[in-house]
Design a protein around this ligand. Structure first.
Ligand code: ZN
Ligand code: ZN
Length: 473
């Protein structure tokens, strides 16, 4: 838009700059003069406003005087200035009202591409500062100090007590609330706002009658009418879409009756390794919140949970929770050195408890040294029909590269697990395994055509004779 403004020849000396001749960096630096107005100049907004008004004037005949008037009064570039003014209103004993201008301030808006509500909030802060200066300097006991703004959103911010804002808004709202109370603030129409005149140019003719010096009309009215709007409240209209309002975080806590079964969560996983790793990370995170001597704190990412000993610890936790669910009675009996109940499904395994509290298959090697024992001497008992058993079988089956039942079973045993009903579980796992299905499936064969009539009708020899033309020759 600003490129449309030609600069008069005699004024072009004011817009000079130095640059290489013909835009060639090898050539000498010469003096250039701007022919048109450029962006970014400090008077640019004023020129833009001037251009707009000039354009409105030129089409006055086509669109009417009211349109021209509307453009003149309502369109201007004011986003780069904020203003506030203070007025003293005195009422004499006779009831005469006198309004006088005390202090006004206009300044450039803070840089950084702030939104309009933010600039309006800055203006409210400016108003608060002016009010503080006036109240402390005049030394009068005021009956009442009232604050006005033509921005409803600023009033919403000031009145709000339920939602939190981001730093920019929060700091300024805090500043305002330090010096004023929300109930002092009221909405004023832009047309009645004297500070609005401070942000734009004004002709000398209008200066005498402007609100900036004479005060708004509503202040000259009787006291009752000024307070008419004071009881308005300003709720947040759409806090979700307002970028200055922090999103509301709601915390939900679930309390169960102590019957929460952690093993039901295990069924959300389909791979043993990723399951153990995921749970390790969860346990590590839970500890980072609890233990103060832990170097890891709060939500974070690290690879400590991937260490082998941590993985083993998590595996034992999984197996312990599974066993406690299925063999609660047996564990209790073994802990109190009692005999197992006669109907126990693992009676024939003569189970023993190890140092971790895990149920293991008993045997005749109890007198052996620790070093003599391998993992498969006293395998850990996995209950029948338990999902963890299926995960372990799948994992072992993959470890042996999808070989048959016996090899898979061997790996399960050598990994130190005794799955009750393991053979059937392994068979069903291999049966459902997609890779095995593909590799073990029978080969496809061609379906043969029907035999011809000549081959199925009894007849004398050589009644029908055929020649095989594709013989070897
Ligand atoms: Zn960590
Ligand atoms: Zn397989």
């Amino acid at each position: 838009m600003l490129h449309c403004f030609y600069v008069k020849k005699e004024d072009r000396d004011l817009l000079r700059f130095l640059w290489h001749e013909d835009n060639d960096l090898d050539k000498e630096i010469i003096e250039y003069r701007m022919k048109v107005h450029t962006f970014g100049n400090s008077p640019s907004p004023a020129i833009a406003t001037y251009g707009l008004r000039k354009a409105a004037d030129s089409v006055k005949q086509d669109y009417g005087e009211d349109v021209c008037e509307f453009v003149h009064n309502n369109f201007y570039v004011d986003d780069d200035a904020i203003a506030a003014a203070a007025f003293l209103r005195t009422v004499s004993q006779g009831g005469d009202v006198e309004v006088s201008f005390v202090l006004g301030k206009a300044k450039p808006a803070p840089t950084g591409g702030h939104t309009v509500p933010r600039l309006e909030l800055c203006a409210a802060v400016l108003a608060t500062q002016i009010k503080d200066t006036v109240v402390s300097s005049l030394g009068i006991n005021f009956d009442k100090v009232k604050m006005y703004t033509d921005s409803r959103i600023v009033l919403v911010y000031i009145f709000n007590s339920t939602r939190r804002f981001y730093v920019f808004v929060a700091n300024r709202v805090q500043r305002i609330r330090n010096s004023t109370e929300p109930k002092q603030w009221t909405y004023v129409n832009t047309n009645d706002n004297p500070a609005d005149e401070g942000t734009r140019s004004i002709t000398t003719l209008r200066m005498q009658k402007c609100m900036w010096l004479n005060g708004p009309k509503f202040l000259q009215e009787s006291p009752g009418e000024i307070n008419a709007t004071a009881k308005e409240s300003f709720p947040l209209v759409n806090p979700v879409s307002d970028k200055d309002v922090r999103p509301e975080v709601t915390k939900t806590s679930v309390t169960d009756g102590g019957n929460f079964d952690v093993t039901t969560l295990f069924e959300r996983h389909s791979e043993w390794d990723s399951f153990v790793q995921g749970l390790s990370y969860l346990i590590h995170l839970a500890r980072s919140f609890k233990k103060s001597e832990n170097p890891c704190k709060g939500w974070h990412k690290c690879s400590k949970h991937k260490k082998a000993n941590f993985k083993r610890e998590t595996e034992l936790f999984i197996l312990l929770s599974v066993q406690r669910k299925h063999f609660a009675k047996e564990i209790e009996c073994l802990q109190s050195h009692r005999k197992l109940p006669k109907d126990s499904s693992i009676l024939s395994l003569t189970p023993v408890l190890d140092s971790h509290g895990l149920l293991r298959v008993g045997g005749r090697l109890n007198k052996a040294n620790e070093s003599q024992l391998s993992t498969d001497c006293n395998p850990i008992i996995i209950p029948k029909g338990c999902y963890v058993g299926l995960l372990i079988v799948r994992n072992c089956h993959q470890k042996v590269q999808h070989q048959g039942r016996h090899l898979t079973e061997g790996v399960v045993r050598s990994s130190g697990y005794w799955i009750i009903g393991g053979k059937r579980l392994i068979a069903s796992c291999i049966h459902a395994c997609v890779t095995c299905r593909k590799m073990r499936g029978s080969l496809g064969t061609q379906k043969m055509a029907d035999l011809s009539v000549s081959r199925i009708t009894p007849s004398a020899p050589f009644s029908y004779v055929g020649v095989d033309v594709f013989g070897p020759w």
